[in-house]
Structures are given as structure tokens and as C-alpha cells.
Design a binder for this molecule. Structure first.
Ligand SMILES: C[S@@+](CC[C@H](N)C(=O)[O-])C[C@H]1O[C@@H](n2cnc3c(N)ncnc32)[C@H](O)[C@@H]1O
Length: 315
């Protein structure tokens, strides 16, 4: 990590636990068709490594190496690899700007929700290119917050959304990096780039609950910076957390819970639905989020004359 960088969620155990829900099948779906058995694959900023472990089965008898600059997540990833019996997945503490690997030592590299956190993404991607062999492949996936839709909106959810953007930008996060993938990769020397997009939506009880848990897990990291900077107080952070939960406990009447904001209506079935919503053990089912991601694959050729930049899907 460069001295100018500060990762918003550093040491946030709840957030790390939430990341364990991620998988290669879901988060790397666009990249898996490019992965072949016997490849050596590098997963950058791997966190607790659940995406990395998914790659393990795809590259066998090759290997996948996950790197992250936080020792605690690497320790957790090693534990999960042992528990899940994935012997061809290794994990190392490493900074993406200074990878401890020789030139041309990987066939492919992947980074999920990592480039957005880097103040110098081109410098980092240039370092990744160094460890890729000629013809090697990189896959990136990052959100572009301009694609986010959240419903229903409450005053506190708006406070949270604005605070999250403010904290992220303060900490060097590029909230619109998704649209810039191709440019960053080309600037770092990659060629034959191709960009796609995917949307994560939460439209069922289970996915809404998952989405709410993720938002709540993120809150601790966001609040840490915001309180230090004097942008928010702990009481408001607690109120935001309750709002994500659906405002179950000590909400004042002036701040109706997100699920109960809509007027209950007058028909018996509407009233029944409204009562059920207030009784629910968690009201998070009323939160829907959609987040637009861009997915990027690019090839790297050491002999530039063999390759040409292929401009597709210009944003
Ligand atoms: C949002 S998490 C994503 C983790 C994982 N890729 C996933 O999607 O589940 C971002 C990860 O990048 C790591 N990270 C941030 N900056 C880094 C750097 N300079 N070098 C290595 N890892 C870094 C963080 O420690 C964190 O685990």
C-alpha cells in the first residue's frame, strides 16, 4: 500500500464476514469462461478468499494464489482453504503495488472490488501486468455507483448514501471506476480489452436480507472515518443501523421505519400485509438494491506489435 492510501474497511470484522458470502460462480461469472485447467491464477485483494477458492477447482491441476495486504484476511482465507479442502489455493500477504512474484509468473489475474480502492490504479495494474506472462489475461470487476438504485428511500438511508460517498472519496475510492476500466487497462499497457456490465439486484426476502446485512457491515468502516472527521455522531450511526434493520426498536414517530413508510392503505389485505411487515423478525426485506458492475477482461502482450487495442463498448 502506498502511504497515501487508506482502505475504508480495514480491520472491520463484520465486513470481512459479509465478504465470505461471495463466490467465483457469482462474482467472477464473466471471467470463468476464460479460465482453463493448469493455469496459474493470481487473485488480487482477495479478502477472506471465497472467490479465490472457487477458482481453485477451475484451474486444477494448476494453482490459484490469493494476495491481500491485510494479514488477518489472509489467515482467514488459509483456514477456509483447509476447511473446504482446496489444496491448490495458496494465500500470501502482499501489496498490489509491490507483488512478491517474478516477471511473467502467472497466466491470469483477477481483482474483484479492489481497483476502486486504489489511488493509483494504473501503477497497480502495471505491476500486475509485470507478473503476467505474454498473452496473459486479467479480469476486473468494480461497481459504478451511478448505476445504484435503492428503494425505499428514507431520510436516514439518504444520509448513509451521502456519507458513504463522502468517506469513500476522502479515502481515495473512485466511486465511478467501473466506467474507466478500459482506459486504466490500456494506460497500464493491456490490449484487446472488452467491457461488459452486470447488475446485482435484491428482489427476494433472502437477497434483500443479504443486501441489508452487507450495508450494515459496511457502516462500521464508514462511521469510523466519518466520526473522526466530525461529519456524524454515534447516535446518528446507531439510527442508520436501526433504519437498515427496518427500524424495529426505539424509533421516534418522526422517523418511521423504512418498511412502514408507505401508508398502510385501507383495504383489509393491505392492513394485514402492513401488520405482518411490522411483526417480521427483520424488516430488511423491504430494502432493494441494485448495483451496476462493469466486468473487464484484457490480454497483455509483451510484443506489442502482435496485439492491437480493440475498442469495444466505449462508455
Ligand atoms: C472490498 S474488499 C474485496 C475482497 C474480495 N476481492 C472480494 O470481493 O470478496 C477489497 C480488498 O482489497 C484489499 N486491498 C486494498 N488495497 C490493497 C492493496 N494495496 N494491496 C492488496 N490488497 C489490498 C483489502 O484488504 C480488501 O480485502
Amino acid at each position: 500500500m502506498t502511504s497515501r492510501e487508506s482502505y475504508t474497511q480495514q480491520g472491520n470484522k463484520g465486513f470481512e464476514a459479509a465478504l465470505e458470502q461471495r463466490s467465483a460462480a457469482r462474482e467472477a461469472a464473466f471471467f470463468l469462461p476464460h479460465i482453463r485447467p493448469a493455469m496459474r491464477l493470481l487473485d488480487l485483494g482477495c479478502g477472506p478468499g471465497t472467490i479465490t477458492l472457487g477458482f481453485g477447482t477451475h484451474v486444477a491441476p494448476g494453482e490459484v494464489v490469493g494476495v491481500d495486504f491485510q494479514p488477518s484476511v489472509i489467515e482467514r482465507a488459509r483456514t477456509l482453504a483447509a476447511q473446504r479442502g482446496i489444496p491448490n489455493a495458496g494465500f500470501e500477504v502482499a501489496d498490489i503495488y509491490h507483488l512478491p512474484f517474478p516477471d511473467a509468473s502467472f497466466d491470469a489475474a483477477f481483482a474483484h472490488a479492489v481497483v476502486m480502492h486504489l489511488r493509483e490504479p494504473v501503477r497497480a495494474l502495471t505491476e500486475v501486468r509485470r507478473v503476467l506472462r505474454s498473452g496473459g489475461l486479467i479480469g476486473l470487476r468494480d461497481p459504478d455507483l451511478a448505476g445504484g438504485i435503492r428503494f425505499p428511500s428514507t431520510p436516514l438511508s439518504q444520509v448513509y448514501a451521502e456519507l458513504r460517498t463522502r468517506v469513500w472519496e476522502h479515502n481515495g475510492v473512485n466511486t465511478h471506476v467501473g466506467r474507466k476500466h478500459r482506459r486504466l487497462l490500456v494506460d497500464a499497457g493491456f490490449t484487446r480489452t472488452a467491457t461488459g456490465a452486470s447488475v446485482e439486484s435484491a428482489g427476494s426476502l433472502e437477497t434483500c436480507q443479504h443486501s441489508a446485512l452487507f450495508l450494515k457491515a459496511q457502516l462500521d468502516g464508514i462511521a469510523r472515518t466519518a466520526i473522526v472527521e466530525g461529519w456524524i455522531d454515534q447516535a446518528t450511526v446507531d439510527a442508520i443501523a436501526q433504519d437498515i434493520d427496518g427500524g424495529r426498536s426505539s424509533r421516534t414517530p418522526s422517523q418511521p421505519p423504512s418498511c412502514a413508510r408507505r401508508s398502510p392503505g385501507s383495504t383489509p389485505s393491505e392492513l394485514r400485509r402492513s401488520r405482518r411487515a411490522r411483526r417480521a423478525p427483520t424488516a430488511a426485506f423491504c430494502i432493494q438494491t441494485e448495483r451496476l458492475y462493469t466486468n473487464q477482461t484484457a490480454r497483455f502482450a509483451k510484443e506489442a506489435s502482435l496485439e492491437r487495442v480493440c475498442i469495444q463498448n466505449e462508455w
